[in-house]
Design a protein around this ligand. Structure first.
Ligand code: ASP
Length: 318
């Protein structure tokens, strides 16, 4: 009888207690990222930053923190780096300004928050989270969103903070090769409680005009999370990702058609390709399966599982 009760206890722990299959996946943008255009120094710098981001997220998850906290922590590292098209390294608009988009979603309760076109918020992912937690809205745009961030006591910077030489040159030439155009960052995570979350942050597309908003802050396009299915963060030519409702479509294929995470995410990236779009997604499900399909030449990406060993990848056949 005693051993029966003991087994029941163990079973209960296995079902309801903390799990050790937690994991975190990140991306730092997709595009024409070719080894031949890379210097060893540049590649090392990207890998080091990706690894730092993975470690920041891992520290949260390993300590029993939530997937939401891990996503935010991992994205902060990339937003604060000039290497990526998010936060500090955001690309320029046609008017020579920087307008940032971000979104975050909690798979446990389908709560989400997003901002579009903010100009003074140092870490857009955090204001997206504030929108989710402190308001009953999902998406705030433009000046109102900047004002909200200030009211929330978030770090506000002079718009000059986002001025980096590299991005400025790209817009001056008005062409910016693919790699310069993209570089959005994102993260999906599964925590010890079995909850998943997704977040994405970007400066959008180089040379964008007329208050253009991409897929990133559109829930269901560039960002989505649902414990029942998956958490997804996308990167690529946003217009196509909006039209293909990418992130939600992956979730829907899993929910309605019982596709695996890998099959669903691959299928939807193919759909984007058929429309003429390029890019990729990172995705995770509540069992800790991960997928990172893309149809561009490369995608900065990486993952870390409970064993704590970070893996970073850049090119197609790695
Ligand atoms: N998807 C982003 C946008 O369209 C850009 C990117 O991922 O590079 O705004």
């Amino acid at each position: 009888m005693k051993s029966f009760l003991y087994s029941l206890l163990l079973l209960g722990f296995a079902i309801g207690g903390p799990k050790d299959n937690f994991a975190l996946v990140i991306h730092g943008g997709a595009g024409t990222i070719l080894k031949k255009n890379m210097t060893p120094e540049k590649e090392a710098a990207y890998r080091a930053k990706l690894e730092e981001s993975l470690q920041a997220g891992y520290a949260v998850l390993n300590a029993g923190g939530s997937a939401m906290d891990a996503v935010e922590a991992a994205i902060h590292i990339m937003e604060d780096s000039p290497l990526f098209n998010a936060g500090k390294g955001a690309v320029f608009t046609n008017a020579g300004t920087n307008e940032l988009d971000a979104a975050i979603m909690n798979g446990a309760d389908l709560k989400a928050g997003a901002v579009a076109g903010v100009k003074t918020v140092k870490n857009p992912i955090t204001v997206a989270r504030k929108v989710m937690e402190e308001t009953w809205h999902v998406l705030l745009a433009g000046e109102g969103a900047d004002k909200f961030a200030e009211e929330q006591g978030l770090e506000i910077v002079d718009p000059k903070y986002f001025h980096t030489e590299r991005r400025w040159k790209a817009i001056q030439k008005m062409k910016g090769n693919e790699e310069e155009k993209y570089g959005t960052v994102g993260c999906v995570a599964l925590d010890k409680d079995g909850n998943i979350a997704a977040g994405t942050s970007t400066g959008g597309m180089t040379n964008k005009r007329w208050g253009r908003v991409g897929d990133v802050p559109i829930i269901g396009a560039g960002t989505y999370a649902n414990n029942k299915t998956c958490a997804v963060s996308a990167t690529g030519s946003g217009e196509y990702f909006i039209r293909a409702a990418v992130a939600h479509d992956i979730s829907a294929l899993m929910e309605y058609k019982r596709y695996s995470l890998k099959k669903a995410s691959k299928k939807v990236i193919q759909k984007v390709g058929k429309l003429g779009g390029s890019g990729g997604v990172i995705a995770i499900d509540a069992k800790g399966n991960i997928a990172m399909p893309f149809n561009s030449k490369g995608m900065y990406r990486g993952y870390i599982k409970s064993d704590g060993k970070p893996v970073t990848l850049i090119y197609k056949n790695e």
